[in-house]
Design a protein around this ligand. Structure first.
Ligand SMILES: Cc1cc2nc3c(=O)[nH]c(=O)nc-3n(C[C@H](O)[C@H](O)[C@H](O)COP(=O)(O)OP(=O)(O)OC[C@H]3O[C@@H](n4cnc5c(N)ncnc54)[C@H](O)[C@@H]3O)c2cc1C
Length: 383
């Protein structure tokens, strides 16, 4: 498995694709990967990959920006979430630990796919819609976190991204390559099954016949096998770690049966039960877990992706960066220079997001992001 690796080119034998040339974004090295079938599952980058294949026509994927805001539970006193109909789509108010997540927006995005950013206008739209039904309005000052993402939607006959299909399609645009495009998070298993079935169908008969049918629908999520038995050990976990019942429930929800690994880490080093600066929930052990078991190799992997700290703190987790870097440095063997660069890169990225949120449109937001971010983005938009 190669992460932070970028497909630059498809290798060919005549008309057939026989592999890819990949650049390792960490080292700049390039290497080849040969395969009987290459599966392209690149979301909003699908059009770019089609260009590399030399097939600009099979799919057109539109990018639709969606923004959510995060507010503390106390700002909306309810035991239930909300589902509201808006003029374009729907708006959800979803419980998320100590917070509510409120969103979303649905607007076309024509800028870089690498880092969609939220604007003041996006935040105002969400606040206006939700405040229309709340007795006590949520204010801009109540917003703890904001995040933006891009939906990869198959282009249709309308400019309104809210009306475009959320279905996925699979095609073989050239011999040796299968592309899956569109789709949703919740349909990832059927997307994977359809893509692999299509790839296998194009293998030589001798290989194809030895590939068993997909079993994805019978495979439990990571941490799900034995989950109820782990829940029954709730009190034992609390005793072994010294953590509160609330924290054990949170860790069970986040890690499932992998909570055993977290508990063992804390037993071996009680200091890992401490919270990270600026958070009431995230424990130092979770940083070590991310580096040791979840392939986190940069500070932003932990603060933005393995945990959701960036969205749950007003300073976008900048105050947690130093301590998180200490823990990762110990776990991954970073020297002082690497550690300092990770903190500087993360701080620049988080500051850029805060700057973008003060702008009123996507172009200004991206310009603000680019101006502040001193992160070493590659020319392809990958860090
Ligand atoms: C606001 C919002 C709300 C949503 N709500 C829902 C919902 O309620 N339910 C739901 O099911 N879905 C929802 N979605 C949609 C869902 O999040 C996406 O459909 C899904 O995350 C897309 O996953 P993907 O794997 O197709 O693409 P991605 O997660 O974007 O993965 C594509 C990958 O391809 C890699 N890549 C690109 N180019 C290259 C290259 N040249 N070489 C190597 N790698 C490359 C990228 O680095 C990336 O990791 C929502 C999306 C948004 C933005």
């Amino acid at each position: 498995m190669a992460t932070r690796a970028f497909v630059q080119e498809f290798l060919r034998d005549g008309d057939s694709v026989v592999g890819v040339r990949v650049r390792d974004n960490m080292t700049g090295d390039t290497f080849e990967v040969r395969a009987k079938q290459v599966v392209v599952a690149t979301g909003v980058w699908t059009d770019h990959l089609q260009d590399l294949i030399g097939d600009p026509e099979t799919f057109a994927v539109r990018m639709s920006k969606g923004v959510h805001i995060v507010v503390e539970k106390s700002k909306f006193r309810s035991l239930m979430g909300l589902l509201l109909r808006t003029e374009k789509s729907v708006l959800f108010v979803i419980p998320w630990g100590r917070f509510w997540i409120i969103g979303t927006t649905d607007t076309p995005w024509d800028l870089s796919p690498a880092h969609p950013v939220a604007t003041q206008a996006d935040i105002d739209y969400i606040l206006n819609r939700v405040n229309a039904v709340l007795a006590e309005p949520i204010t801009r000052e109540d917003v703890v976190g904001v995040y933006a993402g891009l939906r990869p939607l198959l282009a249709g006959d309308t400019d309104d991204t809210a009306k475009l299909s959320r279905e996925h399609v699979v095609a073989n645009p050239a011999p040796g390559v299968t592309v899956v495009a569109g789709g949703k998070w919740t349909t990832y298993r059927v997307m994977a099954q359809d893509a692999i079935d299509a790839a296998v169908a194009h293998l030589p008969a001798s290989v194809r016949d030895s590939v068993p049918a997909s079993v994805t629908k019978d495979i439990s999520l990571l941490g799900a096998d034995g989950y109820q038995a782990a829940v029954n050990r709730h009190a034992e976990y609390a005793t072994r770690t010294g953590l509160s019942g609330y924290q054990i429930t949170r860790l069970l929800g986040r890690y499932g049966t992998d909570i055993d690994l977290i508990v063992e880490m804390i037993e071996a080093d009680r200091g890992l039960a401490a919270t990270l600066p600026g958070t009431k929930d995230y424990r130092e052990a979770e940083v070590v877990f991310a580096a040791r078991h979840e392939m986190a190799i940069h500070l932003d992997d932990v603060l933005m992706r393995r945990t959701r700290l960036i969205f749950e703190s007003r300073d976008r987790a900048i105050q947690a960066a130093e301590r998180t870097a200490d823990l990762m440095a110990t776990e991954l063997g970073w020297d002082a220079q690497r550690r300092a660069r990770e903190v500087a890169d993360y701080t620049a990225r988080a500051t850029a997001e805060l700057a973008a949120e003060l702008t009123t449109n996507d172009h200004e937001a991206e310009a603000a992001w680019n101006q502040v971010a001193e992160v070493s983005l590659g020319k392809d938009g990958f860090s």
